[in-house]
Structures are given as structure tokens and as C-alpha cells.
Design a protein around this ligand. Sequence first.
Ligand code: ACM
Ligand code: ZN
Length: 746
Amino acid sequence: MRNLFLLLLSTVFLTALNAQNQLIPQPKKLELKQGEFVIPETLLISKSLPQHESNYLINRLKGKFDIEISKNNLAEIRKIYIEKVHPDEWYSISVEEKGIYIRFSTNTGYFRALQTLAQLFEEHQHDRKIPAMLIVDEPQFKWRGMHLDVVRHFFNKEEVKRYLDYLAMYKINTFHWHLTDDQGWRIEIKKYPKLTEIGSKRKESMIGPYGDNRFDGVPYGGFYTQEEIKEVIEYAKKLHITIVPEIEMPGHALAALSAYPELACTPGPFEAATKWGVFDDVFCPKEETFEFLENVLDEVIALFPSEYIHIGGDECPKVRWKECAHCQELIKTENLGDEEGLQSYFIKRIEKYVNSKGRKIIGWNEILEGGLAPNAAVMSWTGEEGGIEAAKTGHYAVMTPGAYCYFDHYQGDPQNEPLAFGGYTPLDKIYSYHPIPEELNAEEGKYILGVQANLWAEYILDFKQVEYMLFPRLMALAEVGWGTNDPKNYLAFEKKAVDHFKYLDEMGVNYSKSIFNPSGKVIRSGNGIAYELYMSKDVHNIRYTTDGSEPTINSETYQSPIRVDRPMTIRAAYFENGELKSAITHQRLNVSKSTGKAIELVNQPASNYSFGGELTLVDGIEGDPKVLGKTWLGFSGTDVIATIDLGERTEFSKLYFNSLNNKGSWIHLAGGAKILISDDGVNFKEIGEIGKQKIEEMNGRVEINFVPAQSARYLKVEIYNAGIIPDGNPGAGHAAWLFVDEIGLK
Ligand code: ACM
Ligand code: ZN
């Protein structure tokens, strides 16, 4: 009876504590106990605990707590015993009235325990009492990765160390360092000095949105010496972070080719790219190239102790290989079939070499093309399919699907955000991710090593912006990787993240406050539309206007979706205690005769580019070329066939729609369109057509006028996909994307 009572009591406490604890990532098991540990003026850590790691805690909490390593056997923070039976990262912390007891099996486990302890201490900085509790913790995934592109923009070794500090705080254990690409080679290779003398520099950089095609005219460069690389590796080691270096091949190789043009299929000369994207000049698979890459990898392997070496493998156009006599000969003599077979041959040869040095390769999911190398691990980025295929065939995979894990995407409405790559990956999106896809059974699921988020730096100009794109999304990634994220309770997580903002403030971190900005979406209302504002905080603290003025504390309070029966701009802001707490957001809504009408699609858009479903096409919001993920519908290789029911016979004299042009992201203008009408929804009659050339002349802002005016109840709009991407473009040979938005009628 008494046991039962205690059990009940502890359940109640556990719930209460979970509701208020600030630990990120949430530990696997946390039980609150009776009593509390009072933090003394000077806190002693047992000298039997690993001292490097203990010193980390002392430094981390400097200025807040006075902590010292004990000179004798008296200490408040003590090791009980080391339990070698547990995995490396396992630890337990028992907070008791008389002290804090830590168990672990390796120094890494102790270091992870210290991150938890540091957060507990910070949380109780003011009351200086930590409730008694037992934490028993270990991560679900052994690869919890964060990537950084130092090519498109360069971040120096001190900035990289700071980045590592941030990863360590949230128990991220893998740093994927993207060191080479078209726009620069960033690692010193002693045998090939021109890689950095020439390859680390570019003439200028692209500025602004990709489509603007503007350049700054300012030479740009930077690289790490091997001494600096060693220093960073040492630094990471102390933080129990593994660095996985990436040397890109066979594509994304322009910077290397600028230094050693003889490694290409054509004579060159080449220059490091000044533009972002994908380039046709890639490594030619000749003996000289393999010798070069093996020598480079020798130096990389000598520097980096990681089990895996990342060899890139993504986005390799086959244009040059198709026209190169050597490549074609190799395809024949090695019986490779085609250029995909040649890519597979390339990766397999490199894998064999890396394996011979006792290491493994990991590559982006395109290494599956033409057949996967026998021991390779796959980094699944274009979606989850690559990871699924790898796991089903007994290969390890790291999940980093773009829609969830690309931190170069916007984390809020683009109007309030610095220019980003595109896409829309707010905090709740990353938090909702589960790295083991449902398609895998338990056995196959074991091949999912873990999860990683990627930070590509095309639009990230300095380290402050790195911080902005990283935080708070890093916290969500941490919990996803630890395996304790609970998407149903996203708001509880968001509250913890907001609690952590004060520590980030103390550290001077430039984190994003985008979660405080009200977002909005169009919903159907009667036979028209309404605009619904939403955010994780109380929507009733939002004030808004529809007359173009700035919202103030005296503006209308948001109660329920705002009816939109005429063109208007809704401006909204979040207030707390009379104070403005967010950016002011605005949304233009253009109401036309098709707005909010019933719409059906024959082909469905891709799941990551269908934010508002088919309503997106008639929601009154025009597609924004800066953001791909929210205001457009994206179709991979398929046409838009939309039937709109106007509800009653309606007269109209103009139809318009937008087709996005963003070849860098494989998005091509529509190849043509046809308009049909019907009064019964069954028998349609064609009333207009527009060709590819005309759509190109209009740069995708298509308008079709009808003289005389037409009248119908049903409208069928067919907008055709451009088909296979032609050679000379990024993604050549793949199906083009068709991005369409807002079919308007006047
Ligand atoms: C990638 O984002 N190209 C791997
Ligand atoms: Zn070639």
C-alpha cells in the first residue's frame, strides 16, 4: 500500500516537473523525488571525475556559479561508479539533498551529463535549489548531425569553434564540415598547393535573390591551414563531437578544376564559380583524377579521425561525360551502360580506396544512382526515399530531408526574414520530424543512423546570420535526434525554447524570434475566403488592421478568421502587456471571381510543396518568388489540371496565373496552357491556348484576355510541365518542377 502511494506520488511529481522543466533535449527518463539540493556558495566537483570535462562545466557556468574541482575527497558533484555495460553516451544523474551523483560508462557519457547539469543549474540560477530527481538518459540515434557550408561563405576557425560550442550545448555529436564546392576549396592540401592558392578564391559573389543575377564585384576567399584544421578537430574532441569532413566529387568541383584543369573532361580554363547552383564541369574519371583524389583523401584521412569520410556525390551533371571520348570509352570497356553507371563506378572506386585506409564513405543520396557502393552510407536529402532504399538494402543512412532539415530555408514568413534559399521550415516543422520512416520495419529501421540538419551558406553572409538560421531550430533538431520530441506537445517544447532565449541573450547569440510573429493562412468561408491568424502563443493578443495602417495596441483584437470579401491588406502584430512583441506582418489578398471557389486537381502537388492544398491556387495570395514552400504548389514532372466550379454561370474577360522561373532549383516555366469551359462540368469546350514562347515572353506572369467576354460555371485550366530538363541546366536529364500559383479570373 505504501509503495503504491509512493508510486502515485512520484507519478504526480513527474507530470508536474515535465510541465516545467527546461531541459533540451528532453531526457529519456526523469523522475522527481522528495527534497532538493541547495547549491552552496562554492560547489565542489569530485577530483575522481574526468577533469577535462569538469573544467568545461566550470567555464560554462563561470560568472553564475562558483565551481571548483575538489582537492580532497569532499565534493557535492560525485561519481558513483562507472558502468561500462552502457553505451558511450548513456548517463544518469541523481540529484539528492546531500549531493549530485553521476554515473556513466565513458567520458562522453559524463560530458552529455554535464550538458544536462549545466541546464539544470541555469534554470535554478536564482532560487539556487535544484529539486531532487533521477535522470537516466541516452539518445535514440547515434548520429545527431549539424552541417555547415563554409564554401559559399567562409567562417573562420574561431567561428567554427563557436558553432561547435552551440552544438555541444544541445548534445549534437556530429559536425559535417562542407569544405569544398564550386565556389571555393577551403582546406589546405600540402601536395596540391594550387587548391588553396587558386581554388580558394573567386572573383566576386552573387548578391540578392538568385533570379536577379546580380554580383558584388568583390573578390572573395578563405581557407583553413592544416594547423587550423587540427586545432578545430582537437577542440571538437574536447566537446565529444566527431567532425565528418566533406570533399565533393565528382560534381561541385569547379574550384578544384580552376587549380588543376587537367582533371576535367575539357581543357578549361576554369574559374571558381561566382554564382550559386550546379555546374556542368565536373571531375573526369581518368586515372590522373583518381590519383589526385586519393592523394587528397590521404591528407584528409590523416587529419580527421572520423569513421566516415563524406565524398559528396550530389548533383553531378552528366553533360561533359556524354561528350568526352575518355568517359565514353570507359563506359564501354567497364560495361557501365550509361553515365549513371559511370557515376557509380566513380564512387565505388573511391569507396574501395577509403575502405583500404580503414574508413567508410558516406555520400548524398545520388550515390544510389547506377548502384550503391557496397559499404557506403547514404545521406538522404532530396526526400526520405534515398534513406529508405539504403536501409532496405542493408546500408546505413542519415536522414536529412530538405523539407524538415534544411536550415537555409525560411523559418518564418519571408517578408520578415533575411533573404534565404527558399522553402519554409519553421520550428514546428523540424520538431515534428521522426527519422525512421514508416515504410521501414523494425529490422530495417536499425539502419537509420540518425538525423542531421544542413546549413548551406549561399545567402548567409556572416556568422551572426549563421546563428540566426541555427537558433532556435537547433533545439528542435536536438530533441528529434535524442528521440524525445513529442510533436503533439509542440507548444510545451516551444515554451522551453523560449526559456532558453535568455541564456542565448547572455551569450550574445543572434537567434531568430520568428516564432513570435503571427502567421496567417487563407481558409474557405461560405463561398469565399477568410484569413486565419495563428501562432503558438495566444492569438487573442494579436491586433490587426485592414485599412493599411500599422496595428497598435488600440487596433482591433483578433477573435476569429477575418472575412475577405474585397481586395485588402491585413497587417498584424503580437502584443503582451501593451507592448509590441513581434514584427508587423502583412498580407495582400487579391479577390477575383475565382477566389475561394471549389477546385479539383487531377495530379497532386509534391507533399513538401503543397502547404495550403489545392486552395492555394485560388486563395487570393500571389505566389512569392522568394519562397517556394508556402505560396505555390509544386509539381514534379506532372501537369496542373485544375477544374474550378464557380458556383454559378459567371462572366469573365481575363484569366491569369503565375508560373515560377527558378532554374537553379530545377523549376522551369510552363511549356504551355489551355483553358476550357463547361456548363455541366462534364463536356468542356476549349476557349484559349498559350504556347511556351509566349509564357517565356511574359516571364511566367501569364494573362489571357477574352474578347468578347466568356461565360460559364466550370473552368478547366491545364498548365503543362516543361518536361525533362535540357542539358546545360542544373538538374539536366531529371523531370522539371512546375510551380504554379493563383489562377485569377476577372
Ligand atoms: C545538397 O543539398 N545539394 C546536398
Ligand atoms: Zn571525361
